[in-house]
Design a protein around this ligand. Sequence first.
Ligand code: ADP
Ligand code: MG
Length: 426
Amino acid sequence: MIETREGYAPQSPETLSAYLSGIERVRNILGGDPSRWRIAEVGDGNLNLVFIVRGDAGGVAVKQALPYVRLVGESWPLPLSRAHYEHMALSEQARLTGRLVPEIFHYDETLALIVMELLEPHVIMRRGMIAATLYPRFAEDISTFMSRTLYFTSDLALPAGRKKAMIAAFAGNTALCKITEDLIFTDPYRVADLNRWTSPQLDPYAARWREDGDLKVAVSRLKLKFLSSAEAMLHGDLHTGSIMLTPEDTRVIDPEFAFMGPMGFDTGAIVANFLLNYFSQDGHATSPGERDAYGEWVLATLEAIWTSFREKFLALWRENPAGDAYPASLFQGAEGEGRLETERQSYMDRLWADTVGFAAAKMIRRILGLAHNIDLEWIGDKDRRAVCEARALILARDMMVKPGDYPSVSALAERARRVRRDVIRY
Ligand code: ADP
Ligand code: MG
């Protein structure tokens, strides 16, 4: 059943102008006569309406939830409450990271609508990476975003009461979590109507994935962790399509999948999308070797992201140990501090192992499941695309089944290089 809500109506450019002109703050940002505002619906995402509004003085972006999945239509209902969770997560991320998210100008719970800063000339990162654009600030910015949002919403930083209040606040975002549970952790490993892949080239891979017991156990362990480990507030969909940036400025958008879950799911999303882009580069090269330098930038940036994330997270832990986990009274004196520091390092090692597993799950779903990445989809020659995808699948399977073989981010990058070199056909 499609949800109805009193006062809710999907906006159109015509209705939106009248609505926005009634909000003083937005009217001032846009400036001039509302009849001259230019409004276009630009949503290229899978779920929601997004309008860009420009006035004489400035612009805003307006995002509104629909009561169904935009990509599929009314046959797949989805609750409007996701705008509530997106707004809550955006507010929390703004508090913790400042200008790494768009500023919110107005929120309307009834209309499930957020008016926010218009990001320009920012582009969606995935598109920038397909065009081989270098982003020298990105590793620094995303490692700050992830370390601060994850650390400060965890039991390392929060007293148990506040942590549990956050779990309660996000617990209702079940419909969005269920999409992840089905599409990422289940469907690619069974026959499902929504699955699709480069066919017939990858038919044998899809078939093998449905018969691989080791893989099914490994992905089910990850799913259990996703379902049960409320470690921190996650963005929940932290891929390169949820990042808008320029070489000078990075913003994370679209946290409607936010909930209290395992940290490795967010860090793994970034790792997965960097690896998928790395493997896609050969499909975009117009001459052999043309994209090699960019591919190396992708891997070097991936290493820098994890290395900086780890350092920043550890520094936050040493400086702000305000949570109820690891009580200070148990770790006093030089010996206690030594034990605690050793434990902090092993905590990060465990988080890396989770990151490798979740990254693998996210790579696989983008090749054998419903939602694909344009990094790979835009490779027009299906044989070439299939080679790129086969490399990603082979690496991802190994990562998921043998995470211990990937003790560090540099080991992972090196393995990606080797798979690219050694796997020459699908
Ligand atoms: P969905 O949840 O439906 O995927 P997104 O939040 O990802 O929606 O937004 C869809 C698209 O709208 C983005 O890919 C981007 O092109 C555009 N967009 C979203 N927010 C902004 C913004 N603040 N400024 C400019 N463009 C935006
Ligand atoms: Mg979205």
